[in-house]
Design a protein around this ligand. Structure first.
Ligand SMILES: [Zn+2]
Ligand SMILES: [Zn+2]
Length: 340
């Protein structure tokens, strides 16, 4: 089994459990490939999360993020080396970083970190967790702020802002794995009423509007939003990138993993169906979580022939290559004998 995206409580405030315990669980579950992808540090106060204010001094809080990231890289290298020499470990450990596509400054920083650590960091997961500098996956209140204040209370505009920022991240970084492609849907309230022509939120219950729950395939409902998604996917395809099926959406009560079916079908059409699988674990209990549901999604809904994964075994210089396994073989993976 494979996961291309993970975190731990050692290095980020919203994770729990030490990295060593998470890795012990990975070995116990007999993963084929497991990728460590801690968040890159953020360097401006506006992107600090509430739980990251711990030093009573913002500069120290920001410096701590960088220090922790340095420690993460050392720790990850140690884990990888141990896994390589231990004949009883089947798992291939890959070292990555989750890019924070917050803004131009952070994209430049991401590239600097990659250059400085090119001997350690093997690939990146490219993600956007903010729209117009407001977090969109932290809580419902922040998501509403991104909608109301930065996207003019227009859902269609919020989607466009998100996919335009994602495009900027994609073109600057060219991440081999694109993280939770349609994360913008996480806190979308089903009761939100919008004008289906303009996308404007209708706040007055007497002025009509349609609840989001009654709009099928909301992410691709507006043609201009769909065009941005297709543009982004075509670009990912152009450099051989992969889109992850990320099961963290399921543990956060979405009905499907990221990306939902209407976007996933576009990945099949415009990005060569190059899906990798990720648990985006932040704790021991989240390792391989909801993978049975993901398998059903892959076989019954997406009807994929192949799942892709990253490997550093095939290139002579240990560069990462993108490999694939047929779904027929995937269902025979020893992982499924675990009760997950
Ligand atoms: Zn993320
Ligand atoms: Zn993540």
């Amino acid at each position: 089994m494979y996961s291309h995206h993970s975190h731990s409580g050692d290095y980020i405030a919203h994770g729990s459990d030490p990295l060593d315990e998470i890795i012990a669980r990975v070995y116990e579950l007999n993963f084929h490939t497991y990728c460590l992808t801690e968040h890159m540090p953020r360097i401006s106060q506006q992107y600090l999360y509430p739980e990251e204010y711990i030093c009573n001094d913002v500069n120290k809080d920001l410096a701590l993020l960088s220090e922790n990231f340095e420690k993460y890289l050392k720790h990850a290298s140690k884990i990888k080396n141990n896994a390589c020499v231990d004949p009883y470990i089947r798992t291939s450990i890959l070292i990555g970083m989750e890019v924070e596509g917050c803004d131009e400054e952070h994209l430049k920083l991401a590239n600097r970190i990659l250059q400085q650590n090119s001997n350690v960091i093997q690939f990146v997961v490219g993600s956007c967790h903010h729209v117009n500098s407001v977090p969109i996956d932290f809580d419902a209140t922040s998501w509403m702020k991104a909608l109301k204040e930065t996207s003019n209370n227009n859902l269609r505009q919020l989607f466009k802002d998100y996919y335009n920022l994602q495009y900027k991240m994609l073109t600057e970084i060219k991440p081999l794995v694109v993280g939770h492609f349609d994360l913008i849907r996480l806190y979308l309230p089903s009761t939100l009423r919008v004008n289906t022509n303009t996308g404007k939120v209708v706040t007055d219950q007497y002025s009509g509007g349609t609840p989001v729950s009654e709009i099928q395939n909301i992410m691709t409902y507006w043609e201009d939003v769909k065009e941005l998604i297709v543009r982004n996917l075509k670009f990912i395809d152009s450099y051989g990138g992969c889109v992850e099926i990320n099961t963290s959406g399921l543990r956060k009560n979405l009905i499907q993993p990221y990306p939902h079916i209407e976007v996933a079908n576009l990945v099949k059409q415009y990005c060569s169906g190059r899906f990798v699988l990720s648990d985006d674990a932040h704790s021991v209990s989240q390792v391989g979580t909801n993978y049975s549901k993901a398998l059903k999604y892959i076989t019954n809904d997406l009807k994929l022939d192949y799942l892709y994964y990253l490997s550093d075994k095939n290139a002579i210089d240990h560069r990462i290559t993108v490999e694939k396994i047929s779904i027929k073989d995937l269902v025979k993976d020893p992982f499924w004998s675990n009760d997950v």
